[in-house]
Design a protein around this ligand. Structure first.
Ligand code: 0WE
Length: 265
């Protein structure tokens, strides 16, 4: 008996074994959900198909979330095999590399702002619009992935901050709208995890060290912990929770200052 028995979940955003989307997929599979995946670009197609086979599915479809036609094609591929859907997981973000380092005003420009918001925030709405017909009559759950940079200024996160702020506002407006139909919309806000997206980020190792010294739990969060929180939020165990951002960060966002004395590591 799993707490997601009989649920169908579409996972958008798996790029590797270290992806947050993959952590969520594994937890959902463990709890009995049936899964389907999308991927961006043929280079990732093979990798995602291999990962999908480990959680017992060959439902794997291409989708570039920047393209409404591609989103439509994803659901046209899915509909014949899955006439209904219970869960949509959106774990996609992108800003041009050069916008993610240096001072904010120097690095941001109209193009990087537009791209970051389009791929990281609007794509959740675009997927929600298209998923809506399949959610009809179910108690659906939509989940996206945010980050602390949405609500606090973090060095180098730059234009991704406003993009995640927009994403979190979208969670609230989508929750209000879809709540009429019984669907829930939430976000996770995990602490830093060494994913493919994070591996190119300047100073990422120092960020992990900062969290480890400052977070109440004195460590970083694991992929499994993020996965478990995601599976919970999309399950009936969370039936009263919508429009929220759940921090999965070992408590980091709750403290205002590092411990004043060095602690043995
Ligand atoms: O949201 C993110 C990262 C998202 C991301 C990562 C990349 C790297 C490669 C978006 N766009 C790109 N574009 C690329 O070309 N995180 C929460 C991880 C992350 O990224 C940071 C962080 C953290 C944490 C960037 C700067 C500072 C902190």
């Amino acid at each position: 008996m799993g707490f997601l028995d009989g649920k169908r979940a579409l996972i958008v955003g798996v790029a590797s074994e270290r992806s947050l989307a993959w952590g969520i997929a594994r937890a959902m599979h463990r709890e009995g959900a049936e899964l389907a995946f999308s991927y961006q670009g043929e280079r990732l197609g093979e990798r995602v198909r291999e990962l999908a086979s480990r959680v017992g599915t060959s439902r794997v479809y291409p989708c570039d979330v920047a393209d409404d036609g591609a989103i439509d094609a994803l659901f046209r591929n899915l509909e014949p095999v899955w006439p209904s859907l219970d869960i949509l997981v959106h774990a996609v973000a992108y800003a041009p590399r050069q916008a993610l380092e240096g001072g904010y005003l120097d690095s941001v420009d109209r193009d990087s702002f537009r791209i970051a918001h389009d791929i990281s925030a609007y794509s959740f709405v675009a997927l929600g619009k298209r998923a809506r017909p399949l959610l009809k009559g179910r108690s659906g759950a939509l989940l996206t992935l945010s980050y602390l940079g949405a609500v606090q200024a973090i060095p180098n996160y730059n234009v991704m901050g406003p993009a995640k702020a927009s994403l979190e506002a979208n969670v609230r407006f989508m929750a209000l709208d879809l709540g009429r139909e019984g669907h829930r919309v939430n976000a996770l806000s995990p602490g830093p995890v060494k994913t493919l997206a994070a591996s190119g980020v300047t100073g990422f190792r120092r960020m992990l060290a900062e969290v480890q010294s400052r977070a109440p739990l004195r460590r970083n969060v694991s992929l499994e912990e993020v996965g478990n929180a995601g599976a919970f939020l999309c399950s009936d165990l969370a039936s009263g929770i919508t429009g929220t951002v759940l921090y999965v960060d070992c408590g980091y966002h709750t403290v205002g200052m590092s411990p004043l004395v060095e602690e043995p590591s």
